[in-house]
Design a binder for this molecule. Structure first.
Ligand SMILES: [Cu+2]
Length: 164
């Protein structure tokens, strides 16, 4: 086998492993994937969770709330910049998922806020939670705990330093 073929085989193998590790969850017309949180830094009491939500249906749905027994409280948040300062805001009405569309919860925007963690998020473990959709109902999911420095896209702000 030439080096190039070998390298390709390794790359393909790595892809297969990655997609096997990434869990997909489905409830009704809603599909959820790429769920992750960052491992907790020492002394950090809150953690943010991110995920992709796909709606294959012809009607809009809404992520109403998230619950988990890993934290005392779980809220849906967004980030708004006021006077150059990024602040997190609670979104009490939840997050709309348009018909035949998708919503990405990602650093710098919508996220699931795990508040007052009962235990730090440890890299390589999974965080169980239940997502509640207005139409599709409840679905049990797991967030993958990534290393502390993990970035998704261009996240220049440190979540931990934001004010609630
Ligand atoms: Cu938050």
């Amino acid at each position: 086998m030439k080096f190039r073929q070998w390298a390709l085989a390794v790359a393909l193998g790595a892809c297969a492993v990655t997609s096997a590790w990434a869990h997909d969850f489905k409830v009704g017309q809603i599909e959820i994937d790429d769920l992750w949180v960052r491992a907790s830094a020492p002394g950090q009491s809150n953690g943010a969770g991110y995920l992709d939500i796909d709606n294959d249906g012809k009607t809009a749905d809404r992520l109403l709330s998230v619950s988990s027994n890993v934290a005392e409280r779980v809220e849906l948040h967004t980030v708004q910049t006021e006077n150059g300062v990024a602040r997190m805001r609670h979104v009490p009405d939840g997050i709309e998922v348009p018909a035949d569309g998708k919503v990405k919860l990602a650093p710098g925007g919508y996220h699931v806020m795990f508040m007052n963690l009962k235990q730090p998020f440890a890299e390589g473990t999974e965080v169980p939670a239940t997502l509640k959709f207005e139409k599709a109902g409840d679905v049990a999911v797991k967030f993958e705990v990534k290393r502390i420095g993990h970035q998704s896209g261009d996240d220049h702000s440190s979540h931990m330093n934001m004010k609630h």
